[in-house]
Design a protein around this ligand. Structure first.
Ligand SMILES: Cc1cc2nc3c(=O)[nH]c(=O)nc-3n(C[C@H](O)[C@H](O)[C@H](O)COP(=O)(O)OP(=O)(O)OC[C@H]3O[C@@H](n4cnc5c(N)ncnc54)[C@H](O)[C@@H]3O)c2cc1C
Ligand code: FES
Length: 496
């Protein structure tokens, strides 16, 4: 089994040089994931010179580690959206996401991107009779909002379900191949992509320009789009208005044909499935907040046990994990940021960022070109929204911070770093200092200071990914302190 995303292992994603000089463009996009590349391709059609700055590699973020379901069915959401936001706003969310599905399929077709795109039915099901009423409410709400929803209890999974929301004519695809196609289309059209170029600061200046600081050079632009999953550093304060969640994925080969539909359980723990070729299945689930489980290896084991006890599994070929951010009111933040008029953002997709993210790209391209867009008011990136829910979330964020600062002192006493076995990591002692240590397969030791470079929260060892994870706002670092996930923009201090 390979410990990497099936989508990155099976796509030829083109590579690009880092920024080697200061740059001046009309529109600069931060992030080479689905949102950044789709926005760049759409914006380019209106004429501006567009450049994408990617901190690592195209697709290496959450898009390269997704389940790859492109659907307006987001487990159970529409009944709740109508209750919280009213029918008018819930309809805009539904329209935007259904349009996102069709735009993604349309772009793949127009640009000739071979990305294994296929139409399929999507189910959100329960095996618990007590949940049937929620399923019925969801079907009624989704239908009322104009979505292709119906009630069903027939699914092609090898077990009985009590009830399911069925959405027809949805899509699954290969996200690695799709992003590779978007990147090539952008460069073909005259756009530029700079990889391994991490943005640390974004400022709107009095000269009506946006200035970006990167680890390679500075960039000036008329407008900037921040599509880095969560805006870097302190940009717009989005780290404090969202919560980070990780989930685990497996790609398995079966003896025989895999179920053709896409399915997700509404019961906990989440089990999300979709076909992978004729005899393969992708299984994703077992989510939790970043940094709140140090035995992440057990999450993989549990998912694999479920896969093997549910399907006739021949082999588990790939495993991976990834994270996304959730807003307090279920709706992503898309549009002009709280930072300024010329800085646009898109974040908080709650693990439904393929349809939401493509819809976000349509909205952002409209904003860049000064076109009206009806959906923007609902996704408004500067909204306060549901004040109670935001208040609860900010309080949770603060609680996480304080508990952890307090908890740091109560952590188990560190053992000396040389007690670590190969491929073992944890909190250890080095020269009378408590540090994060790791011994690699070759026996070499690595040590970092256990303070997150974002706002200083303590870090937790992730035993499956061999990373240092921050529970405060979801930043992650490798064993030598390099940033794996923002909002942090700088490395950890090393101790060896
Ligand atoms: C396990 C899992 C399964 C999912 N499955 C689905 C699904 O089936 N359907 C669905 O709709 N959604 C799904 N999602 C959600 C969806 O994949 C994401 O919402 C979406 O891919 C986000 O795209 P993005 O472009 O915003 O972010 P990303 O794909 O993460 O791209 C952001 C890019 O920005 C770069 N970056 C970050 N910081 C900086 C910086 N400072 N400077 C420069 N570059 C930077 C990163 O390296 C990255 O490449 C899933 C999420 C998870 C975690
Ligand atoms: S991510 Fe904010 S302090 Fe670590």
């Amino acid at each position: 089994m390979e410990h990497r995303s099936v989508w990155l292992a099976t796509a030829e994603v083109p590579t690009y040089d880092p920024l080697l000089h200061d740059l001046d463009v009309d529109v600069v996009v931060v992030g080479g994931g689905l949102v950044g590349l789709t926005t760049a391709v759409l914006a380019q059609r209106d004429g501006p010179r567009v450049a994408v700055l990617e901190g690592a590699r195209i697709g290496c973020g959450t898009t390269g580690h997704t389940t790859g379901k492109v659907t307006s069915q987001h487990s159970l959401i529409y009944a709740d959206l109508v209750r919280r936001h009213g029918e008018h706003d819930a309809r805009r969310y539904a329209e935007a996401n259904q349009a996102g599905v069709e735009k993604l399929a349309g772009l793949a077709d127009e640009l000739g991107i071979e990305c294994e795109l296929a139409r399929a039915v999507a189910f959100a099901y329960t095996t618990d009779p007590r949940q049937c009423e929620r399923i019925e409410d969801e079907v009624a709400a989704a239908k009322e909002l104009g979505l292709p929803a119906s009630l069903s209890s027939e699914i092609d999974l090898p077990f009985e379900v009590e009830a399911a929301v069925r959405f027809d004519d949805q899509v699954h695809f290969h996200p690695g191949k799709y992003l590779a196609g978007l990147a090539r289309a952008l460069v073909r059209g005259g756009g530029a992509i700079y990889e391994n170029t991490r943005v640390s600061e974004i400022e709107e200046s009095p000269d009506h320009r946006v200035h970006l600081t990167t680890d390679k050079g500075t960039v000036g632009a008329d407008q900037a789009v921040v599509a880095s999953l969560i805006p870097p550093g302190l940009v717009g304060g989005y780290f404090a208005k969202t919560r980070p969640h990780r989930s685990y994925g497996l790609a398995m080969r079966l003896n025989g044909e895999a179920p053709r539909s896409m399915a997700i359980s509404v019961d906990a723990p989440t089990r999300s499935t979709r076909p992978w070729g004729q005899d393969g299945i992708i299984i994703v689930g077992n989510g939790h907040e970043v940094g709140d489980d140090e035995d992440t290896e057990a999450r993989y084991r549990d998912l694999e046990d479920w896969g093997r006890s549910t399907f006739d599994v021949k082999s588990t070929d790939y495993r991976w994990s990834a994270q996304d951010y959730a807003t307090p009111d279920q709706v992503p933040y898309v549009g002009r940021s709280a930072l300024g008029h010329r800085v646009l953002v898109a974040t908080g997709f709650r693990k439904w960022g393929l349809s939401n993210g493509t819809a976000a790209a349509i909205m952002l391209a409209d904003l860049l070109a000064d076109r009206e867009n009806d959906w923007l008011r609902v996704f408004d990136a500067s909204r306060i929204g549901d004040a109670l829910a935001v208040g609860r979330l900010v309080k949770d964020n603060l609680k996480v911070g304080t508990e952890l600062f307090g908890g740091r002192l109560n952590r188990p006493g560190p053992v000396p770093i040389d007690h670590l076995q190969p491929e073992e990591g944890g909190i250890v002692e080095l020269d009378r200092e408590t540090v994060g240590g790791y011994r690699d397969a070759e026996g070499a030791l690595h040590a970092v200071k256990l303070r997150c470079s974002h706002l200083g929260c303590p870090l937790h060892w992730n035993n499956a990914e061999h990373s240092w994870d921050c529970r405060c706002h979801g930043s992650r670092f490798d064993v030598d302190g390099a940033v794996l996930n923002g909002p942090a923009t700088g490395p950890l201090e090393t101790r060896l």
